[in-house]
Design a protein around this ligand. Structure first.
Ligand SMILES: [Zn+2]
Ligand SMILES: [Zn+2]
Length: 151
């Protein structure tokens, strides 16, 4: 199934295809502050499932932390999605897509379990990422310590 969404003014149009990897509500401080509301309804998609179909030139990005690249319309300021590079998932704000909200009230009812899965996933991905970094750093250090081979 294809769901279409747009920013507040309509200049930027997006399209997602298939089923989201996860959906739910988040009321962490970042979501409240960025959405300007008490909760944010998120839907998570693989990057290849998300397309910007119009107004790409208006799509602006604000990045406060390496975890989240927040995308919004530079014309109206309307929020569209947040790319999470460490998770390889894009959170397309469910409120921008009428048909997704209509089709998925059931999915939203399961929000607490999915939100938990998402935070577990985020946590395990962060752990894996930091473990990989530590490994890479110690491998580099070991390589640096190795004396040059004699000729
Ligand atoms: Zn706009
Ligand atoms: Zn949040």
């Amino acid at each position: 199934m294809v769901h279409k969404g747009q920013c507040f003014c309509g200049a930027v149009e997006i399209e997602v295809t298939g089923e989201p990897e996860g959906m739910g509500y988040c009321h962490c401080r970042s979501c409240r502050s960025w959405s300007g509301g008490p909760v944010n309804a998120f839907s998570l998609w693989k990057p290849e499932a998300v397309k910007v179909t119009a107004g790409n030139e208006y799509l602006a990005t604000f990045q406060k932390t390496p975890q989240s690249q927040r995308q919004y319309c530079a014309k109206c300021g309307g929020h569209l999605m947040t790319n999470h590079p460490a998770l390889t998932l894009i959170d397309v704000f469910a409120a921008t897509m009428e048909s997704l909200l209509g089709a998925s009230t059931k999915a939203f009812d399961q929000m607490s379990s999915i939100a938990k899965q998402f935070s577990d996933l985020a946590e395990s991905n962060m752990k894996a990422a930091s473990a990989a970094t530590t490994k890479a750093v110690s491998a580099t250090a070991a390589a640096a310590k190795k004396p040059a081979a004699k000729k």
